[in-house]
Write a protein that binds this ligand. Structure first.
Ligand SMILES: Nc1ncnc2c1ncn2[C@@H]1O[C@H](COP(=O)(O)OP(=O)(O)O)[C@@H](O)[C@H]1O
Ligand SMILES: O=C(O)[C@H](O)[C@@H](O)[C@H](O)[C@H](O)COP(=O)(O)O
Length: 378
């Protein structure tokens, strides 16, 4: 499996392993990436939560559903190019237009099409336990697939054979130069597409930030710093504990208790931080089925429900805190109320942010954000 490929030339740096679901893209991509020392990019991880829900429910994606997904993949590929690492992207890329969109981001991009028949794909998807893709969608994958035959820079692989043989074939092809006429066509294809997105530093948000002003910046600085300190503390405590155990035969039990406490704090600081950035909760799946005129009302109900739920949680945390002052943790002996304090603070922050969101709903003429996610949580 790990033997080097026979040719010695430097391999091409960028390839998409494409094909219908169950053709073996992920497995092949991982194998090729390992063999060539490239980065493996898994396109499945770049679908919005809403796309995943659709597929899980047996609804095939449309061209519109796939646009933002493809654009995220373009940015990810460009990041790899900027980092100077070769990459293997595992992505269905079923239609010609999708492939051209990807080619446009990375000139010279190659594609290896894993070709399988319907029965093979169905069987492989059926046997895979840990994936959202239902077997009922395999047929639609074949219906959507536009053959890449005749496109420049494409390898056609019979993917019914063993995965190792598929990986071998792809790696060997990556070492072979593309004929110059084909390469010219490839570059030509890339330059036809207008407005390629430039790589952004920030990942796309699931919805709009709740507020954006200097106070927001201070809030972000505070929460980011707190999270960094908590994370550093957890890593440090666990590391010291491991060293103590190995070097002196016994660790410090307090380290475990304190890193658990830091973990609780980290989660709740993270919750408040991601809520502000618009990345925590965003209920749009049902809202978007209604006419635009009803959106404000539905958004208001959502914000009120979030504020009420968070308020109730804060109230509960407050009761727990009162009880926790009299109880000490078993090892270090800190008052257990300290473990409930982040719940109280973060739930108050969530309730307040939801109220700000409610006010924003009525105050501003908002551009409707793309319906990326139903509910997402960091
Ligand atoms: N060449 C192959 N022969 C037999 N089974 C394979 C092969 N390639 C992949 N599989 C298996 O088929 C299933 C689907 O493969 P996966 O790589 O997830 O496909 P895709 O990413 O195209 O949906 C997995 O269980 C995988 O182990
Ligand atoms: O464009 C699409 O319809 C999807 O991207 C689809 O092609 C993809 O296959 C699924 O995300 C399942 O993932 P696997 O291909 O890994 O099964």
């Amino acid at each position: 499996m790990t033997s080097p490929v026979s040719t010695s030339a430097t391999p091409a740096q960028a390839i998409v392993i494409m094909g219908v679901s169950g053709s073996g893209k992920t497995e092949t991509s991982l194998g090729v990436a390992r063999r060539l020392g490239f980065r493996h990019i898994e396109a499945d991880h770049f679908h919005s939560a809403e796309n995943v829900v659709r597929m899980q429910a047996g609804t095939p994606l449309t061209d519109t559903d796939r646009i933002e997904w493809l654009d995220r993949l373009r940015l990810e590929m460009q990041k790899a190019v900027q980092d100077g690492t070769g990459f293997v992207l595992s992505c269905s890329a079923l239609r010609r237009s999708y492939r051209d969109r990807l080619r446009d981001a990375v000139p010279g991009l190659r594609f290896a099409h894993l070709s399988v028949d319907y029965e093979t794909a169905l069987q492989r998807v059926g046997e895979r336990a840990d994936h959202y893709m239902p077997t009922s969608l395999v047929k639609s994958q074949f219906d959507t697939l536009e053959s890449p035959k005749g496109e420049p820079g494409v390898l056609w692989v019979d993917a019914s054979k063993a995965c190792e043989a598929v990986v071998e074939e792809v790696c060997a092809w990556m070492h072979a130069p593309i004929p110059s006429s084909e390469m010219a066509a490839l570059i030509g294809l890339a330059s036809k597409m207008p407005d390629a997105p430039s790589p952004r530093k920030e990942p796309p948000l699931t919805s709009e930030p709740i507020y954006n002003n200097r106070m927001a910046q201070r809030f972000d600085t505070l929460t980011d710093s707190l999270m960094a300190v908590l994370m550093a503390f957890m890593v440090g405590a666990v590391f010291v504990n491991v060293v103590l155990r190995y070097a002196f035969g016994s660790g410090w039990a307090g380290a475990e208790e304190l890193s658990r406490l830091a973990f609780v704090w980290l989660i709740f600081v993270g919750v408040a931080s991601s809520m502000r950035r618009g990345e925590l909760m965003c209920f749009t799946l049902i809202r978007d089925k209604f006419p635009r005129i009803a959106h404000r009302l539905i958004d208001s109900v959502s914000a009120l429900l979030i504020a009420t739920g968070s308020g109730l949680s804060a109230w509960g945390a407050w009761y727990q805190m009162q009880f926790g002052w009299q109880n000490a943790s078993p090892v270090v002996g800190y008052p257990l109320a300290i473990a409930m304090l982040p719940v109280l603070v973060s739930m108050i922050a969530l309730a307040m942010l939801a109220l700000v969101q409610l006010i924003n709903t009525w105050r501003t003429e908002r551009a409707v954000p793309p319906a990326l996610a139903n509910v997402t949580a960091d």
